[in-house]
Design a protein around this ligand. Structure first.
Ligand code: HMG
Ligand code: MG
Length: 303
C-alpha cells in the first residue's frame, strides 16, 4: 500500500544547473535555493564541491551555501542542505561550507564511472573511505549516488543487480543512504521494479532514494513503480531543470512540480506548497532563458 508521506530531495540547484553552459550568477542560485526553502523544500541539494575544471558552473558552491536563509523555511529545524563531494578536497570544502549531508557518487556502470569521475568503481570506493571518515567525525549524513542503474550511455545495458552490488559495497564503507539513479532517463516501470527490488534485498527501504531523469517521459511512472516497491524518498528538480555533463542527450530530472501534483492526487504529503513551487519554477526558467518545462506547472499557470 502507498504511504501517507514521502520525502523529496530537491536537486534543481545542483543537478538542474550544473550543465548550463552560460555562467549563472551566484545571486540567482542563492535566490533559487531560498525560494525553494520558502516553498517548503526541506532537503536541498545546493552545490557540488567538484573540480571546477570538470564542472565550471558549480565553482561557487561555498558562496551559494553561505547565502542560504534557513529561517525562510516553514520548518527551519528540518532543513538539510547537501552537496556532492568526489574526494577529500571536496569534503574539506563541504565541511567548511557547513553542509548537513554529503553525496559521494559512483556508478553501476564502469564506463560511466570513468567518464564522470575518471576512475573505476573500485577506485571510487577506495577514494570515498577517507571522505566518509571525515563526514562521520563531523556528524554529516552520508549519501551515496549510483548512476546508470537503469542503463548507461556508454555501455548500454546494465544488469538488474548491478546497482544492488554497488549499494552493498557502499554500505560496507559507511554510506547511510543510497541514491539509485536513472541518469539518462531510459528506464521503464517494470525494470524499475526489478532494480529497486534487488536493491531492497541488500538495504532497508528507508535508506533508498529514487533519482529519475525524464528523457523518455517515464519518470512519473517510474516513481510510482518505486513507490509500490516501498521506496519513500525521491529526487526531483524544480522546472525539470538539468542534464548531466557526462551523459549526452540526457534531459533534466523529473520536475518537482509534476511529482508534487502526482503525490497530491495520491493523498501523499510532502510538505511543499505547489503554488509557490510553480512560481519558482517559472521564475528560474526565465532567469536562465529556458521555456518553463514542468507540465503540471504550465497547466497551473494557465488555469
Ligand atoms: P581528476 O582530473 O582525475 O583529478 O578528476 P585530480 O585529482 O587530478 O584533479 C584535477 C584538478 O582538479 C586539480 O587541479 C585538482 O586540484 C582539482 P590542478 O592541480 O590541475 O589545478 N580538483 C578539485 N578542485 C576543487 N574541488 C575538488 C577537486 N578535486 C580535484 N573536489 C574528479 C577527478 C573526481 C575530481 C573529477 O572527475 C570531478 O570533479 N568529477 C565530477 C564530475 C561531476 O561533477 N559530474 C556531475 C555530477 S554527478 C551526476 O550528475 C549524477 C547524479 O545526478 C546521479 C545521476 O543522475 O546519475 C548525482
Ligand atoms: Mg542526476
Amino acid at each position: 500500500s502507498l504511504p501517507k508521506q514521502v520525502n523529496l530531495v530537491e536537486v534543481g540547484p545542483r543537478d538542474g544547473l550544473q550543465n548550463e553552459k552560460q555562467h549563472i550568477e551566484t545571486g540567482i542560485k542563492a535566490e533559487l535555493c531560498n525560494r525553494l526553502l520558502a516553498a517548503g523544500v526541506s532537503r536541498l541539494e545546493a552545490a557540488a564541491f567538484v573540480s571546477p575544471k570538470w564542472v565550471p558552473q558549480m565553482a561557487d558552491g561555498a558562496a551559494v551555501i553561505a547565502s542560504l536563509n534557513r529561517t525562510l523555511s516553514p520548518k527551519p529545524q528540518s532543513v538539510s542542505v547537501s552537496a556532492l563531494v568526489p574526494n577529500l578536497k571536496g569534503m574539506e570544502a563541504a565541511i567548511e561550507a557547513g553542509v548537513d549531508e554529503i553525496v559521494v557518487f559512483t556508478a553501476a556502470s564502469e564506463a560511466f564511472a570513468q567518464k564522470n569521475i575518471n576512475c573505476s568503481i573500485a577506485e571510487s570506493i577506495e577514494r570515498f573511505k577517507p571522505v566518509i571518515e571525515l563526514a562521520r567525525r563531523a556528524d554529516i549524513h552520508i549519501r551515496g549516488s549510483i548512476s546508470c542503474a537503469l542503463g548507461c550511455p556508454y555501455q548500454g545495458d546494465v544488469p538488474v543487480t548491478a546497482a544492488a552490488e554497488v549499494v552493498k559495497r557502499l554500505h560496507g564503507i559507511g554510506v547511510q543512504e543510497f541514491d539509485v539513479a536513472d541518469t539518462i532517463g531510459v528506464g521503464t516501470a517494470g525494470r524499475v521494479s526489478e532494480v529497486f527490488s534487488a536493491v531492497a534485498k541488500v538495504s532497508p527501504l528507508n535508506q533508498i532514494a529514487g533519482h529519475f531523469h525524464d528523457t523518455y517521459g517515464q519518470a512519473l511512472a517510474n516513481i510510482l513503480a518505486a513507490l509500490q516497491v516501498g521506496v519513500r524518498t525521491f529526487h526531483s528538480s524544480v522546472a525539470g531543470l538539468g542534464g548531466c555533463p557526462y551523459a549526452k542527450g540526457a534531459t533534466g530530472n523529473v520536475a518537482t512540480e509534476d511529482v508534487v501534483y502526482l503525490l497530491q492526487g495520491l493523498g501523499i504529503a510532502c510538505g511543499i506548497d505547489l503554488g509557490e513551487l510553480v512560481k519558482t519554477g517559472a521564475w528560474i526558467s526565465g532567469q536562465i532563458g529556458k521555456p518553463y518545462a514542468s507540465r503540471a506547472g504550465k497547466a497551473l499557470l494557465n488555469k
